[in-house]
Design a binder for this molecule. Sequence first.
Ligand SMILES: C[S@@+](CC[C@H](N)C(=O)[O-])C[C@H]1O[C@@H](n2cnc3c(N)ncnc32)[C@H](O)[C@@H]1O
Length: 580
Amino acid sequence: MGKNKRNNKQQHKNKQQAATLPSASATETTTTTAKGKHATGNHNNHHQQQNSSVNNNINGTRFPTFNTKQRNELNALVLRLLELAHAVPSNANEEWKQYVDMQQLLQRIMAIEEPLQRHICMDASNANEKMRLAKVAAFSDWAKAGGIQTDCVEIAVFPGYQLGLRAKRDIAANEQVLTVPRKLIFSEEHLPESDRKLFSNFPLLTNFNLAYALVIEKVRGTQSSWHPYIEVLPARYNTVLYFSVEQMQRLRGTSACTAALRQCRVIARQYASMYKCAHIRNDSSVMASMGVLFTQHGLCYELYRWAVSTVMTRQNLVPREYFPPEANADDLKDSPISALIPFWDMANHKPGKITSFYGSAAQQMECAAQEAYKAGEQFFIYYGDRCNADMLVHNGFLDPDNRKDYVNIKLGLSPTDPLAEQRASLLARLNIERKAELRVLPAPDYISGELLAFVRVFNMSAAQLEHWHSDPERTVDLLHIDCALETDHETRTWQYLYQRLKLLLGVFEATQGALEASLPDGGAAEKLQALQVECNEQVEGGGLPQRTELEIDLMLLQYRRLEKQILAEALQYAQERCKV
Ligand SMILES: C[S@@+](CC[C@H](N)C(=O)[O-])C[C@H]1O[C@@H](n2cnc3c(N)ncnc32)[C@H](O)[C@@H]1O
């Protein structure tokens, strides 16, 4: 959500760490005894009871377990999932096939896990906004008792946004609207000391830790002090983890596809790794302890994707207060942690400026109004700069008026290019890698400075490279549209950009989703409108579970339209520049 930009570096670090989350090796085998029970270490003795139909979790509440046949099938599915999720696809077709195969396994896993799912996470009581709204009074009382302060906003339903915040009275621009004290900010720091120790192993994997902590509190149910908050959270999300294969198909050929598939792969791998540690591998590694804790809390894929999606769509960063005894406090002191901020996280996004900050002195999240509001209007906050591809993949919605939108295209120097090293060292002066994702921008900018510079360097002759190397101070000129270049070099640059954009649009059109392709010219816009009306009617009629399906369809159609528009306008611009 509205992250403080100062924390971007940290997020990058976290992402890097997420990619190296320890996971079980896919080559180990199940250790099954003659009776079909797994040989277990001290930490997972509860598996001894797996032939019974219910099991006790650590809170003493009971949840369904699986018989040996089901457990063996689950084990085999998870091992296959893990094996698939570890493979690194070498091209887009392989990546797609990997995703489809993984989804098939996950569908089967979810089918077997269904009794657990029903018991632990997905009661139908939060399937729509009206049902969530019914729990808002209890949540608001809890929030007030815990010290959340606001006299000017309340939670309400807003078609197209699910729940949101409504101004109870006129609010002035910059007026403080809401404060949430630290003790009501949910993070890994609220776990009991015994559970907290587990997180000390991956202190920078803060998103993962938060999802983990949320699973635990969710399963504690009414015993959790966070219950009133967890009760008002959505039952499902529009994140890529909930897309059907047909829906994901509509992202093919777009710049968001690889990130969306990667996200699904990473989450499937995390789930499968923990499952394996809990149910299959018998050792005392850190992951095994974490896996067992999950098992004791009734881990199933549905619960995990729900927790991860809750974190993806609602988290913010706050300063760390707990420093695990084993960790070097100096290393962690500037690394914030992911947190859920009750009440504040009901605010929806609108372009503007960031007005939510953590106040260290008062130890609370403080949110001010980015503009004036009249009583009854929806109160919005700005979540921060993100392109629509990122919003779609990580937040499960789009901003059609996104002033910070762009489309990334991948470019790279060929290893067989005899001038590759000279080009790479010139690009390095501009902090551009030899393989890079570079931005195509909406009008009136069209081509980012970095993209232009890359293509200029890519098209330099040996003599031109030598010339630009000889004058380091001038290198930055390559980022500017009006950089003085030889005419034929500039023409080659724009021709290259033109061809590249044309190619991308060609792929885009060739992969047009079934929905759009089946419509006559202009049909996409009509379908978009029809879907919007249908969604709104469903919200007004009380909402239905399939509403989220429609919302995802709508979002995908919108996304394709927005990306295509950026590429098409840039293509036209490049064509004009070719003529200059
Ligand atoms: C932090 S939550 C905001 C509260 C949320 N609407 C709810 O019902 O709980 C963020 C989620 O709200 C929705 N959302 C926020 N801003 C939106 C917008 N401008 N358009 C559509 N959906 C939005 C998206 O589903 C997003 O993932």
